[in-house]
Design a protein around this ligand. Sequence first.
Ligand code: ASP
Length: 593
Amino acid sequence: MSEEAFLQRTVTCGQLSAADEGRTVVLNGWVHRDRNHGALHFINLRDRYGITQVVVDDDASGALQETASQLKLEYCIAVRGIVRRRPQDMVNHDMATGEIEVKAEHIDVLSRCDVLPFMIEDENNAKEDLRLKYRYLDLRGRGMTDRIVLRHRIVKAIREYFYRTDFLEIETPTLIRSTPEGARDFLVPSRIYPGKFFALPQSPQLYKQLLMVSGMDKYFQIARCYRDEDPRGDRQLEFTQLDIEMSYVQRDDVLALVEDLFNDVFRKVLDVELPRHFRRLTYHDAMNTYGSDKPDLRFGLEMKDFTFAEGCAFNAFTEALSAGGAVKYLVAPASDRQEFTRKYITSLEDAAKVYGAHGLAWMKVQDGTISGGVSKFFADKAGEIIEATGVHDGDMILIVAHENWKKCCNSLGAVRNRLGADLGLIQDGFAFCWIIDFPLFEYNEDEGHWEAAHHMFSMPQAEYIDTLEEDPGAVKGDLYDLVLNGYELASGSIRIHDIELQKRIFRICNFSDEKAQERFGFLLDAFRFSPPPHGGIAPGIDRLCMIVSNVNTIREVIAFPKNTAAASPMDDCPAEVEPIQLKELGLKIDAAK
Ligand code: ASP
């Protein structure tokens, strides 16, 4: 290509300041805004780095005037010109380059732009599917660009941390054996072995454990994970996690490493100083006090046991207790942001019912006493209740009773979250916490057997090892989650490295020795060859970027995400394939499905 191919930039659109006055520069970029003031023509030229104002003065040559008058939004152009200070009253303090403008001497149109499907704005308000169809244009907007740049900086800081601390970055395969890890696997048919399939990894879990058997000792990877789940909530079929595994560690070593990592990354990327250590809550306390195993600790509203339920005249409360359940309350403080109308209380009740609550009981505090709702059952205890709950006039006491402790907690936890948002109680900032001492197993009611709460490779806590089979529900695991602002940011565990113990866990989870050998034989084989004690964790990169960018879906921090229906409007996939491709794979589509 000749040097003359096009007028190549010497500076970016985010770079110039008053110190550059008098320089002749070349800018390349897109016409962001374009306006005429009499004979003056102003062009805001945009690239990834910023926006610079270009002026075609009234003394410009006829040719330049002509080119300028033909410009349209998003034309890609090259401008040669001289940097000059703007007159004092024209300085734009909202713009990084607002002190200067470039007086154009020459403009070339590098490429023209068709009719735009939407304007390129800082934040694009077009329908999401339209944004995703033209994602390359959507990404030109400042908000998207900034988020992608922030994501890059976060990943870079993470990598730098691990390189500095002696971790090895190792890639694990994306075509693997289908090994159940909780969700449904994506399958890839093998052409060479008709009727056989690879799976895409739900995470590199088994490979990172095998790397510990190999002696790699400290491993990390920015790993793409795939889960074939139904579209619901803020899920993506493929997502990215920071996958970490270490040998010869115990739980607190992993937690300390992750605290150090996030301290470093937040300092470097966001200039935010995090607490050196994050608060730790047991699973039981998190559920009991905040009604969630991923509590948002940016606000209080702690839940407590409603001790007045015992022996009271309200059957729903006494029945819940006698069935071994719980009756819990929280106090919604009087607020000028939200009146506690019947309608509002019903909407809170609906939020609770999603988690299994039968109802939401309430009492209003007024004129120094309780009124409305279930207060009539507690008339003789009004003074005691007011004192014990510490309520004031205008507050509401909200109560959930359930025969199942977990459902009681989760239901009132949902009310807590709604109140936090609706009453404006959520503080700015980053509230990290660890959740520890999780149950190792959960009962799968539909299939009628126990299954791993996290995954089957996590170590039970030592005191339960001898009696695992007797009461799986009581077993606590060496598991930990990292929670940030109400989101589960990471899960991890100390792993089993004993073949017999691993087999016992498989059996409890309904995997016979034969089935376990068939699915996980390679792991069990490896465990015959002196595996070291090891453990790890995997923070979600998409979620992390979403939280620090202050947006509410991970699609806003992924360059090319799938939409909420798990498809890509841009390249229109998933899509049918040529019959010959199916034939080569030995596959037939069942038209009836
Ligand atoms: N593989 C686990 C997950 O994806 C994380 C871990 O245990 O390290 O959730």
